[in-house]
Write a protein that binds this ligand. Structure first.
Ligand SMILES: [Zn+2]
Ligand SMILES: [Zn+2]
Length: 182
């Protein structure tokens, strides 16, 4: 099984060391991760009323950009995303599907008026990618607050989670995680 999962950096100015996401994801997810740099006309998904970008429409656009040999695509954007019934989202995924999107906008300490913290932003983004990918593999939210599939309302919830699927979630996905040492 050699499923390719594409990490699509959308119009972003993401730090070069974020390429390590591909390696760090492999600790839990036995797939080939390919980094894509994707140019998207985000204006198409912009809401002038909300000053945010419509997540589901962006996700639909990403799926059109999934390369033929690809199994899944997860977009990473630094703009603020939403769906009509929610104020904001950290990410959105198709349950048992092929696409997901993650926004780093509210994962960034700078959004909360705090000093920039690149390491924390990286770790939060890694967890959020794992979480959304978990949904694409059919996982729903998990009650274990340390499991990456625990739901996050606030960014602090993400900090409590580990970049790790609990044993029960691993079993459901049929994977084995190496505990990531940081
Ligand atoms: Zn979720
Ligand atoms: Zn779990």
């Amino acid at each position: 099984m050699n499923k390719q999962i594409y990490l699509a950096f959308i119009n972003g100015h993401f730090p070069p060391d974020w390429k390590n996401l591909a390696t760090d994801l492999r600790h839990c997810l036995p797939f080939t991760f390919e980094i894509l740099s994707l140019k998207v006309n985000l204006r198409l998904f912009h809401s002038a009323d909300r000053h945010q970008y419509h997540s589901t429409l962006l996700l639909g656009h990403l799926l059109k950009n999934l390369p033929e040999q690809g199994e899944k695509i997860i977009g990473i954007t630094d703009v603020d995303i939403y769906i009509p019934i929610l104020t904001f989202l950290f990410g959105e995924a198709q349950l048992n599907g092929r696409g997901a999107v993650v926004s780093t906008y509210r994962l960034n300490t700078v959004f909360y008026g705090l000093p920039r913290n690149d390491k924390l932003l990286y770790d939060r983004t890694l967890k959020e990618i794992m979480h959304e990918l978990g949904h694409t593999f059919g996982l729903v939210h998990c009650a274990d607050f340390e499991c990456v599939m625990n739901s996050s309302t606030y960014v602090e919830n993400i900090d409590l989670k580990q970049a790790f699927f609990c044993q029960s979630c691993q079993d459901k996905m049929g994977i084995t995680c190496d505990k990531r040492t940081t």
